[in-house]
Design a protein around this ligand. Structure first.
Ligand code: PEP
Ligand code: MN
Length: 343
């Protein structure tokens, strides 16, 4: 439920509402609406049955949120959220670019990739140290050694680091080295992991599950937020459909839908979304035009030699070309005040 206050409600009125809500054992959270303050109520709203909320001083009306996710919903938080990751703001109007190899393979490979990524204008270096591979015989990642290289690459370049965490046991280790934790597609509904990353204190990049509906994805974010971490960014990375030409079907309509349903930022990963490096540029440009808050792209100094996801990785030259066009589209949209949708 959200309780919408009158535009002229006083601080005392708001305190009164909070007292009434908390008196029933529920949690209250005050938020700025576009015109007025809103008090969000978290928990089983039947507990409020004995309180005449709408009659309290300063209350305009109370509105039930019928959705199963609340903290992640637009109703609960009408203004878009900006997520600050070590000083880089995601959702603030300028697309944020996360780029780097699929996996950290060696210090040399990562440093080379980091320099390329930085020169092209990305703000984040990506790279998996814990790789969720389909086959147990495929390269599984360098684990903590890989995390150390990522942290060293950050020192070298000033890039922020985003990297995947695949198990609850590794959360503290990954959080120690990274600026942002990635929950991968295969773990989007690993509820134990979601609850624990909700307690880790670092922002979370939540990728869409392999065949997840938007409702399931939003509820996955709710798990993280409900555990105490409001800093969640969605990442659309394609879903499995009947199509076999592409690795996944990149659902760009998810950008518009998530913007409507949630206040959280959403970025797009056209690399995993298509599985083909040739398709990364057009999908990256389309994602920005659709209103995505950023991109995640795989870049490798030598994709032909990559230990994972070579076919979808950009060469340094291709990456530079994609970035040039991304910057042009973003600048044009800003200059012309193009807002992709009214939420
Ligand atoms: C990745 O980003 O390296 C990755 C494994 O992506 P996804 O979870 O989307 O498959
Ligand atoms: Mn990959």
């Amino acid at each position: 439920m959200v309780i919408i206050m009158n535009p002229d409600a006083t601080a005392e009125n708001i305190k009164g509402v909070i007292r009434a809500v908390e008196g029933t054992g529920l949690m209250a959270k005050v938020m700025e609406g576009s015109q007025q303050k809103i008090v969000g109520v978290i928990g089983d709203k039947t507990r409020l049955a004995s309180v005449a909320i709408d009659a309290l001083p300063g209350v305009e009306q109370s509105v039930a949120i019928s959705k199963s996710y609340k903290l992640a919903s637009r109703e609960f938080h009408p203004q878009p959220s900006v997520i600050d990751v070590a000083g880089v703001k995601i959702g603030a109007g300028t697309p944020v670019i996360m780029a780097g190899p699929c996996a950290v393979e060696s210090k040399e490979q990562l440093f080379e990739a980091a320099d390329i990524v930085k020169a092209g204008g990305a703000q984040f270096l990506r790279g998996g140290a814990y790789k969720p591979r389909t086959s147990p015989y495929s390269f599984q990642g360098l684990e903590e050694e890989g995390l150390k290289y990522l942290a060293e690459a950050r020192e070298r370049t000033g890039l922020r680091v985003v990297t995947e965490v695949t198990t609850v046991e590794a959360i503290d280790r990954v959080a120690h080295y990274a600026d942002m934790l990635q929950v991968g597609a295969r773990n989007m509904q690993n509820f134990g992991l979601l609850k624990e990353v909700g307690k880790c204190g670092k922002p979370v990049l939540l990728k869409r599950g392999l065949a997840a509906t938007l409702d399931e994805w939003l509820n996955a974010a709710e798990y993280i937020m409900n555990a105490g971490n409001p800093n969640v960014v969605f990442c659309e990375r394609g879903i499995r459909t009947y199509e076999t030409y592409t690795r996944n079907t990149l659902d760009l309509s998810a950008v518009a839908a998530i913007k409507h349903l949630s206040h959280l930022p959403i970025i797009v990963d056209p690399s995993h979304g298509t599985g083909k490096w040739r398709m990364v540029k057009p999908m990256a440009l389309a994602a920005i035009a659709a209103g995505a808050d950023g991109l995640m792209m795989e870049v490798h100094p030598n994709p032909a030699k990559a230990l994972s996801d070579g076919p979808q990785s950009l060469t340094p030259e291709n990456y530079r070309e994609v970035m040039e066009c991304v910057h042009k589209i973003a600048a044009f949209m800003k200059e012309e005040h193009i807002e992709p949708m009214r939420v």
